[in-house]
Design a binder for this molecule. Structure first.
Ligand code: ADP
Ligand code: MG
Length: 247
């Protein structure tokens, strides 16, 4: 399904922010990407998607990612998104239509209906004419999920979608993502709340510049792998795992 081969990224030409990471995801899954701050999680996604120069290749159903771009959605880490951009909620969602449109092709009435349906699914329809700058973090994240809904992507990358959002929004988004997975899609989510990992993810990719582990959550969400990734600042209490902030 998804095959990542030898992805390496350097920013300064001297050291690797992501070092020769390879893994495979064989079946439609919700995949958590874990690792400490600065481990290269965001960089790895950008390297996989060739949004930044990287060595290595990635295949989705045996096709190079470049050939299946329309099937891929990516929501970058919130801190990188410009909230002040003057665009309404419905316009923001409609951007998801563009990969399947010809240049300058207008958005049809049927397309706007799809936008409404997607906004309804994330319970944001009543906000459709608001500016995105007026939304809370959780509401904005729901709008970005609505955008991936109408994009009809099969492979979805979300970078820390739950940071600073309310529990209701998180629940709404997770339910949509489970629905995606059940439709045969693969969703890769950078996530840092270790307490939810076992509940949320089928599989994990744990990195700290290099790959630490990849596999079914029950097999790789182990104290040993967490200590290898996060160091000994990890506290393990029974099955409940917590990460201490970096001091
Ligand atoms: P994570 O998402 O796991 O927190 P990042 O991928 O953001 O980690 O960063 C990995 C490393 O690369 C860090 O040391 C970070 O400082 C560095 N880095 C990230 N983005 C850039 C950039 N645009 N230019 C130079 N260095 C960067
Ligand atoms: Mg990041």
């Amino acid at each position: 399904m998804l095959e990542v081969k030898n992805i390496t990224v350097t920013y300064d030409g001297l050291s690797n922010a992501v070092d020769n990471v390879s893994f495979r995801i064989d079946q439609p899954s919700l995949v958590g990407i874990l690792g400490p701050n600065g481990a290269g999680k965001s960089t790895m996604i950008k390297g996989i998607l060739k949004l930044i120069p990287s060595q290595g290749e990635t295949f989705y159903n045996n096709s190079p990612l470049k050939k299946v771009q329309k099937k891929i959605a990516y929501v970058e880490q919130k801190s990188a998104i410009d909230y002040t951009f003057p665009i309404t909620v419905k316009e923001c969602v409609s951007l998801g239509l563009y990969p399947s449109k010809k240049m300058f092709q207008k958005i049809s009435t049927a397309d706007w209906k799809q936008v409404d349906v997607a906004l309804e699914k994330v319970r944001m329809l009543e906000y459709k004419n608001k500016q995105i700058g007026e939304l809370s973090g959780g509401q904005f994240q729901r709008v970005l999920i609505a955008r991936t809904l109408i994009q009809r992507a099969d492979l979805i990358f979300l970078d820390e979608p739950f940071v600073g959002i309310d529990a209701t929004s998180e629940k709404i988004i997770m339910n949509i993502l489970y629905g995606f997975r059940n439709l045969g899609k693969t969703i890769m989510i950078v996530h840092h709340d270790l307490s939810k990992v076992e509940q949320y993810f089928d599989q994990l990719v744990i990195i700290d510049k290099r790959l630490i582990a990849c596999g079914a959550t029950k097999d790789v969400f182990t104290e040993e792998n967490l200590i290898r990734a996060y160091g000994s600042s990890i506290i393990v209490k029974g099955s409940e795992k917590q990460c201490l902030p970096n001091l």
